[in-house]
Ligand binder design. Structure first.
Ligand SMILES: Nc1nc2c(ncn2[C@@H]2O[C@H](COP(=O)(O)OP(=O)(O)O)[C@@H](O)[C@H]2O)c(=O)[nH]1
Ligand SMILES: [Mg+2]
Length: 241
């Protein structure tokens, strides 16, 4: 009798221990999930990046104040709140000058939810190397990739006579990014002698934006002159949560 009791108590003890472990695992998962949700929810910045003169400040001022603000050679960031239907965002216009860009990029990328990559559609073909180099840096950034930050390639200045459309710009960029990808891969290989994984897209395939781990969209806009057209960008911001 007393032996049976001991056995029963032992099994109970074992079951209770298992239950406790399961509860503990559940609790830790729950805490981690809440922390993860919270960290995603607190990311609220949408960064405007691009070469100088692409129209970042013009776009920033129309989105924030519905009118142009005086644009000097921006050396510091412009910040304003943006209320979308789903969330309160913060727009940050990052200076494009290569001397100051890295400092602001490092400062704001951690809290970033979306990137608007602004392009001057008129001069894009002549500046394709610089445009692609900057875009490559953003698309291959560890933080941007692991947080699956949404990217919008904003083809600005569509009112200009010689402006290229989004489809043409997409092809130009895919070709240039593919060349860059191969160059960077061979540079990495020559440094450590190993066959490296591609940092952008798929290793043996021509680069295509659909190979990126984050969603990349294109839009055509006009952010200065009489007929400002911002609808695609506004719709993209509205979807952000
Ligand atoms: N025609 C035209 N000019 C634009 C457009 N967007 C910006 N600009 C002009 O391009 C110049 C550079 O714009 P800015 O916003 O200062 O560029 P940022 O250096 O990227 O901030 C300014 O003279 C703007 O008025 C556009 O959509 N169409
Ligand atoms: Mg500016």
């Amino acid at each position: 009798m007393s032996l049976n009791l001991t056995k029963a108590t032992g099994t109970d003890y074992f079951l209770t221990k298992e239950l406790l472990v399961a509860l503990l695992v559940l609790l830790v998962t729950l805490v981690l999930f809440i922390l993860w949700k919270k960290s995603r929810a607190t990311k609220s910045d949408v960064l405007l990046v691009g070469l100088c003169d692409s129209g970042k400040t013009a776009l920033f001022s129309y989105l924030s104040f519905n009118k142009p603000i005086q644009s000097f050679m921006s050396q510091v960031e412009n910040i304003a709140e943006y209320k979308s239907k789903k969330s309160l965002l913060r727009l940050v216009d990052i200076p494009g000058h290569e001397r100051v860009f890295p400092k602001y990029w490092e400062m704001y990328k951690m809290n970033c939810k979306g990137v608007m990559f602004v392009i001057d559609s008129e001069t894009v073909q002549t500046n394709i190397c610089d445009v692609a180099e900057l875009l490559y840096r953003i698309l291959t950034d560890d933080t941007i990739q692991s947080n699956k930050v949404k990217i919008m390639i904003v083809c600005n200045k569509q009112d200009k006579l010689m402006a290229k459309g989004a489809e043409v710009i997409k092809t130009l960029l895919e070709n240039e990014l593919d060349t860059l990808k191969l160059t960077k891969m061979s540079q990495l290989e020559s440094i450590d002698g190993k066959k490296n994984k591609s940092l952008l897209g798929r290793k043996k395939k021509h680069f295509d934006f659909s190979h990126c781990p984050m969603p990349v969209e294109f839009a055509e806009i006009i952010s200065a002159c009489q007929d400002v057209v911002l609808e695609p960008v506004v719709n993209w911001l509205e979807k952000m949560q």
